[in-house]
Ligand binder design. Structure first.
Ligand SMILES: Cc1cc2nc3c(=O)[nH]c(=O)nc-3n(C[C@H](O)[C@H](O)[C@H](O)COP(=O)(O)O)c2cc1C
Length: 324
């Protein structure tokens, strides 16, 4: 399956990056419809999965019609990672709702957030490439392909993406996604393509390398692939308000028409409805505030619309504000 996803190359394979609070099943389905070829769930705590936490189960939902999805786990204990990965592979957790099985387990080795980092999870793992390898070995026990998502390193002085990527792939990871920034940089300034190229150069061809950072459109996707030699690109923040970036990349520049204002508003409204139907109106309305803001950014009156949506208490109020 992983081979098929990467090798069907009429256009650059563009994947949706995992983004906590955003890349749930309704959003991934929207991106699938626009040409996204694979996506990753929001990050899920391996420990919470093993403790059978109910909210965790809802994060791992996969909907009918989605492009292949991998489930991203975070944690720093190999035995816990193994158990959580097996629960995912066997769909053996309460509330498991997979319309189709996940295609891989992705291990989060890049999250820079203080709470995660100080627990030794996310990007903190890059301090210890041997531990990264043990986590991959643990997850591999579930029988699904294992992928890892790393950063350039922790600081400019300790850019060890190549070392970590080698350790993980020697331990059995099939693909490595490299976000070309250090933990210290968080999400700015611009992405370091050299580190992604260095990882690509250092690994055997049979291992897929996914380039991540600042891909916004066909031009930046081409630049990422041409410069680094990566096999696919992963889009994060741009997709939040412009999932049409997938359509542009899939079109390879032919017959691509950017979304109109109506398209953007109708798509935001449809997503908000889907989120409310999935999670209930109370949670859906609150979650939708941030999501709508991404879609209306740059439109005339965006600030007023955003302020009004932030005050809205019901789905109907949001639809009225969007005039849908
Ligand atoms: C709101 C938000 C949430 C994120 N959550 C995750 C996550 O759960 N797991 C992960 O590996 N990366 C996470 N990331 C990082 C993205 O997957 C991606 O690596 C990063 O945004 C760089 O890509 P971009 O420049 O295309 O946005 C998150 C990023 C953002 C902005």
């Amino acid at each position: 399956m992983i081979n098929k996803i990467f090798n069907n190359t009429n256009s650059i394979p563009a994947f949706l990056a995992p983004m906590a609070g955003f890349t749930d099943a309704p959003f991934r389905l929207l991106c699938t419809k626009l040409g996204c070829r694979m996506s990753v769930s929001e990050m899920i705590s391996a420990k919470a999965m093993v403790y059978r936490d109910k909210k965790t189960a809802t994060l791992a939902k996969i909907a009918e019609g989605e492009a292949p999805v991998s489930i991203q786990l975070f944690g720093h204990e190999a035995d816990v990672m193994a158990e959580a990965a097996c629960m995912v592979a066997e769909s053996s957790f309460e509330g498991c709702d997979f319309a189709k099985p996940p295609v891989a387990i992705d291990i989060n080795m890049g999250c820079p957030v203080k709470k995660i980092y100080s627990s030794g999870d996310g990007s903190a793992l890059m301090r210890d490439p041997e531990l990264c390898a043990r986590l991959v070995e643990g997850a591999k026990k579930c029988g699904l392909p294992v992928t890892v998502k790393i950063r350039a390193g922790i600081t400019a002085q300790t850019k060890n993406a190549v070392e970590v990527a080698k350790a993980c792939t020697e331990a059995g990871a099939s693909a490595v996604c490299v976000h070309g920034r250090t933990r210290e940089q968080m999400y700015a300034p611009g992405v370091d393509l050299d580190i992604i190229a260095a990882v690509r150069d250092a690994l055997p061809e049979s291992i897929y390398v996914i380039g991540n950072g600042d891909v916004k459109d066909l031009k930046s996707a081409k630049r990422m692939v041409d410069y680094t030699g990566c096999n696919a690109v992963m889009i994060g923040r741009e997709a939040l308000g412009n999932p049409w970036a997938f359509a542009e990349i899939a079109s390879n520049g032919e017959n691509y028409y950017p979304p109109t204002t109506e398209d953007r508003i109708e798509t935001a409204a449809a997503l908000i409805r889907a989120v409310c139907s999935e999670k209930g109106e109370f949670a859906g309305v609150r979650e939708s505030r941030g999501r709508a803001a991404h879609f209306i950014k740059g439109l005339r009156g965006a600030a007023e619309i955003r302020a009004a949506i932030n005050q809205a208490e019901s789905l109907q109020e949001i639809m009225d504000i969007l005039k849908i």
